[in-house]
Ligand binder design. Structure first.
Ligand code: FAD
Ligand code: NAI
Length: 468
């Protein structure tokens, strides 16, 4: 005998577990399947992504502040040193606490959890093969939320010790003397920052001629300058063509991206961070005829795949590979399954790089607006002129607001600055409501706060900035 569910969700990351919670709330009989060996829910984000990386970014940043800024603030601290074992442990504790929280939420919302690999046998049936044996589940709807995995780099094989992916880079011990990061994207710059703060020399090798290539060009340029000042070395327009592992060292062959003379870089550890790809192996997609695109992403229309009753969301479909996007997908997909009006506005999904300072963005970049031939106005405000930033000795960065030249509608907001990830929320709300830069400019902001810089940048769109 098999059980019959309204929804069976495969994958318990932010997409899957938020879908499960919403399904439980709407009274749907729901099961979720997770194949992680350690029987932990929460997916990439909680186990080896957002959460452990932010725990290390926070701790390592406090160390750097204590080491470099305390003197200037009139605080004398002596004998400061890193206890790497404890720093890694508090990261693991954060993961443990939050994954337990997801387990609790499954219980609270009456979601049945199955540990094992899910495989779709047909549109209404899923096989779970796990440590507790095999089981088949009958269901009206299947939701694929299997996330993404590291994109490998041919010739640079990941062993998670000397040559690591983001997962290995969350647990390096001891601190490497020289870490080479391949890929100047979000993972490379966040985890590169962690190890630099803890004492590593960090070299970032990036294929393109700029870091964070999808961000606004001005942001990318200024951010690289800031990181360089902090001690990160960059080799742009370069590609790694091979890695030779010696006992404790790695020799990397690096060439100009367009070809040319190769050079060798010696290092102790290598982080491969050239992107992530959809994770759909062993799911049975071919058997049931679910279509994927050229890059392996599952094709969907409002989360519905080409096979009726099979849905997909999160990192394994197109769109930004971000936890909050996956969460919103999860909620909307279940609402559609339940006959409600689930919707995600992909034009207002913010992205944040949790470095110091942070980088945050929502909407279009100047480059995208130019390419689309949209006429726009720009307002910019530097944190150097913001009273809170000055008081706190945190003046790096700026806010840039892009608004439609005719209607003043906000089209994009880009911020480099301390707590940029928090500041961007205001811009996201305004854009979600279709607001204008004048709406931000005429809204009262508390003084002294960094959020005043967002207001001043919005005022700048009409040329009436007060404080600069
Ligand atoms: P996932 O979180 O990948 O979850 C999918 C789950 O499905 C996994 O647990 C997997 O084991 C399981 N699974 C796969 N196949 C099967 C199967 N056949 N049967 C059963 N289970 C299966 N995003 C942010 O927004 N902010 C951040 O700060 C951030 N930091 C990150 C840092 C790092 C180092 C990394 C790697 C990623 C980070 N991300 C961040 C991205 C974020 O982790 C992902 O966008 C998010 O986890 C995607 O959620 P998801 O539910 O689609 O997939
Ligand atoms: P990414 O796409 O952000 O960056 C990859 C970088 O590698 C790009 O700059 C690309 O040009 C470069 N690259 C590609 N091939 C290369 C090669 N052969 N040699 C050198 N450089 C090469 O990917 P990343 O950093 O691996 O992160 C994956 C995804 O995880 C992100 O896109 C993001 O969606 C998510 N993530 C989000 C975080 C956040 O929200 N704060 C933090 C970490 C990850």
């Amino acid at each position: 005998m098999t059980d019959t569910y309204d929804v069976v969700i495969i994958g318990a990351g932010p997409g899957g577990y938020n879908a499960a919670i919403r399904a439980g709330q709407l009274g749907l009989k729901t099961a979720i399947i997770e194949k992680r060996d350690n029987k932990k829910l929460g997916g990439t984000c909680l186990n080896v992504g957002c959460i452990p990386s932010k725990a290390l970014l926070h701790a390592s940043q406090l160390y750097e502040i204590a080491e470099k800024d305390f003197d200037g603030l009139g605080i004398k601290a002596t004998g400061l040193k890193v206890d790497l074992v404890q720093m890694l442990k508090q990261k693991d504790d954060a993961v443990e606490g939050l994954t337990k929280g997801v387990e609790f939420l499954m219980k609270k919302n009456k979601v049945e959890v199955f540990y094992g690999a899910g495989e779709i046998l047909s549109a209404g049936r899923v096989l779970v093969s796990g440590p507790d044996g095999d089981k088949e589940l009958d269901t009206k709807n299947i939701v694929i939320a299997t996330g993404s995995e590291v994109t490998p780099l041919p010739g640079v094989e990941i062993d998670e010790e000397q040559i690591v992916s983001s997962t290995g880079a969350l647990a390096l011990s001891p601190v490497p003397k020289h870490l080479v990061v391949i890929g100047g994207g979000v993972i490379g710059l966040e985890l590169g920052s962690v190890w630099r703060r803890l004492g590593a020399k960090v070299t970032v090798v990036e294929f393109l001629d700029k870091i964070l290539p999808t961000m606004d060009g001005e942001v990318s340029k200024q951010f690289q300058r800031i990181l360089k000042k902090q001690g990160v070395a960059f080799k742009l327009s370069s590609k790694v063509t091979g890695a030779e592992k010696l006992k404790t060292k790695v020799k990397l062959s690096v060439e100009p991206a367009k070809g040319g003379e190769a050079e060798t870089i010696d290092c102790d550890a290598v982080l491969v961070a050239i992107g992530r790809r959809p994770h759909t192996d062993g799911l049975g997609l071919e058997t049931v005829g679910v279509k994927t695109d050229k890059r392996g992403f599952i094709e969907t229309d409002h989360f519905q795949t080409n096979v009726k009753g099979i849905w997909a969301l999160g990192d394994c479909i197109t769109g930004p590979m971000l936890a909050h996007k996956a969460e919103d997908d999860g909620t909307a997909c279940i609402e559609l399954i339940a006959g409600k009006a689930g919707h995600v506005n992909y034009d207002t999904v913010p992205s944040v790089v949790y470095t110091y300072p942070e980088v945050a963005a929502v909407g279009k970049t100047e480059e995208q607006l130019k390419e689309a031939g949209v006429k726009y106005k720009t307002g910019k405000f530097p944190f150097m002129a913001n009273s809170r930033a000055k008081t706190n000795h945190e003046t790096d960065g700026f806010v840039k607001v892009l608004a439609d030249a005719e209607t003043d509608k906000v089209l994009g907001v880009h911020i480099i600055g301390v707590e940029a990830g928090e500041l961007i929320a205001e811009a996201v709300s305004v854009m979600e409501f279709g607001g204008a830069s004048e709406d931000i400019a005429r809204t009262c902001h508390a003084h002294p706060t960094r959020s005043e810089a967002v207001r001043q940048a919005a005022m700048g769109v009409e040329g009436w900035t007060m404080q600069a």
